[in-house]
Design a protein around this ligand. Structure first.
Ligand code: ARG
Length: 466
């Protein structure tokens, strides 16, 4: 038999159309465990306030154990007529404990403070799973960076050859944003760590319940400071949604690199068979579907954030039913990330880079032109001129369809004339190697091999600290 939690002043039950619209069990049932945990804490608070006897508390706890068991086994599930998970669980409790005892649990709480607490509990737990998965991916990136050693590749800006960089440096450029995302989750948790339980519908409770004790039972270190804010705010949910969207964006950026590197034209990297897919018509195909799905799902993760922010905008401040819309957004984000991250991590761990090809490509496209300019600066030429002289070298090499190191001594002597002695000019060749080029970029954060090793080491320490 169906129960509503609010029938008293109504002469009729809800219309079927309303029930259909109002029902949220299809997505909020996953909060059932947290709801039962909350109910245990609430029962203890009622007992401490003298509203449940020792015996009643005992029977309530046994009933909640039984309810949990039925939920776990699937013996108890929501019915069509249950408005939300809280309604369903109330029905379940009444079935087990009877109306007399079961009907006492609702005192002093509202679904408004309840749901605000539950979404935080659920998110805090899943934030830990997501963080662990992100760290797993970072570990895969670090491992690849270590394997890459001093392999040099073309570093690009505007997708054009810019300056050679270590492959490890380029890979680690994706590890740091992900580490910051985990940092964000850790930091977010500090703000999410406040229990709205005890806020009641909006104004607090009259029954002498101790929200502090409930908070502690539910793993929160404190209680929200304002019961209206506690029930009405969802910035804790929105901030989580931003971090999830940011992780999506960070994955998408790495996806894009992998997809491009994996093209026949680039051929920088090969995907492992277990982490790529074929085509139903073209037998030769090996597609980077994991990277593409991750890139595509970034759109969806951002959409979830955008939808939620739009829902929150302009709500009058205390509970409004709009707030029910917070859940699907973040459930979808968590579900998405929890399948994307492990697959992505496996794909990264099994990438096979073509070191020989990367090394060959690294200096091409006049990628060492900056090194010529900086060599000139070291020999006293003002950078403005040095830039021009190096540009003249590029122009000449390009005109002869050559690379910079193919220029003759006489070319350098002629181009540098008036700035560099003729004896010295050809010595510019000493910087025309990729290893020399990367080695020279040895300031903190630079691509010099020693700096990159340091960087990997720092990232490992950061990982341990998170
Ligand atoms: N299911 C609602 C939610 O998820 C909580 C119920 C509050 N309903 C109400 N009429 N006050 O936000």
């Amino acid at each position: 038999e169906s129960i509503a939690l609010w029938g008293g002043r109504f002469t009729s039950g809800p219309s079927p159309e309303l029930s259909q619209l109002s029902k949220s069990t299809q997505f909020d049932w996953r909060l059932a465990d947290d709801d039962i945990t909350g109910s245990r804490a609430h029962a203890r608070a009622l007992a401490r306030a003298g509203l449940l006897s020792d015996d009643e508390l005992h029977r309530m706890e046994t009933s909640l154990d039984e309810l949990q068991r039925r939920v776990d086994t699937g013996e108890f599930v929501p019915q069509q007529s249950d408005e939300d998970e809280a309604t369903a669980l109330e029905r379940g409790l009444l079935e087990i404990a009877g109306d007399e005892l079961g009907g006492k649990l609702r005192a002093g709480r509202s679904r408004n403070d309840q749901i605000a607490a539950l979404i935080r509990m659920w998110l805090r737990r899943h934030a830990r799973v997501v963080a662990k998965d992100v760290l797993g991916l970072v570990a895969s990136i670090i491992k690849q960076s270590q394997t890459a050693g001093t392999t040099v590749m073309p570093g690009r800006t505007h997708m054009q050859h810019a300056q050679p960089v270590l492959l490890a440096h380029q890979l680690m450029a994706h590890a740091w944003p992900l580490l910051r995302d985990v940092d964000r989750l850790v930091d977010w948790d500090k703000r999410a760590d406040a229990s709205p339980y005890g806020s009641g519908a909006l104004a607090g409770n009259t029954l002498g319940l101790d929200p502090q004790a409930v908070a502690k039972d539910l793993g929160f270190s404190r209680v929200t400071d304002n019961s209206i804010d506690g029930t009405a705010s969802r910035d804790a949910v929105a901030e989580f949604a931003f971090i999830a969207a940011m992780i999506g964006v960070d994955l998408s950026r790495l996806s894009e690199e992998i997809i491009i590197w994996n093209t026949q034209e680039f051929a920088f990297v090969r995907l492992d068979d277990a982490y790529s897919t074929g085509s139903s018509i073209m037998p030769q195909k090996k597609n980077p579907d994991i990277a593409e799905l991750a890139r595509g799902k970034a759109g969806r993760l951002i959409g979830d954030l955008t939808g939620l922010m739009t829902t929150l905008k302009g709500l009058p401040t205390a509970y409004a039913r709009d707030l029910q819309e917070d859940k699907e957004a973040v459930f979808d984000q968590v579900d998405t990330l929890e399948v994307v991250l492990p697959a992505f991590s496996g794909m990264v761990a099994t990438l096979q880079f073509d070191g020989k090809r990367l090394e060959e490509e690294a200096p091409t496209g006049f990628a060492l032109a900056t090194d010529i300019a900086e060599w000139l600066v070291k020999h006293g030429v003002p950078f403005r001129h040095a830039h021009e002289l190096s540009g003249a070298c590029v122009k000449r090499a390009e005109g002869q369809s050559e690379e910079l190191w193919d220029l003759k001594d006489s070319d350098f002597i002629e181009i540098f004339d008036g700035f560099i002695d003729g004896d010295l000019a050809p010595q510019v060749r000493e910087v025309l190697t990729t290893q020399g080029s990367v080695k020279a970029r040895n300031g903190k954060g630079g691509t010099a091999p020693e700096r990159v090793s340091e960087q990997i080491h720092d990232a490992e320490n950061k990982m341990k600290a998170l």
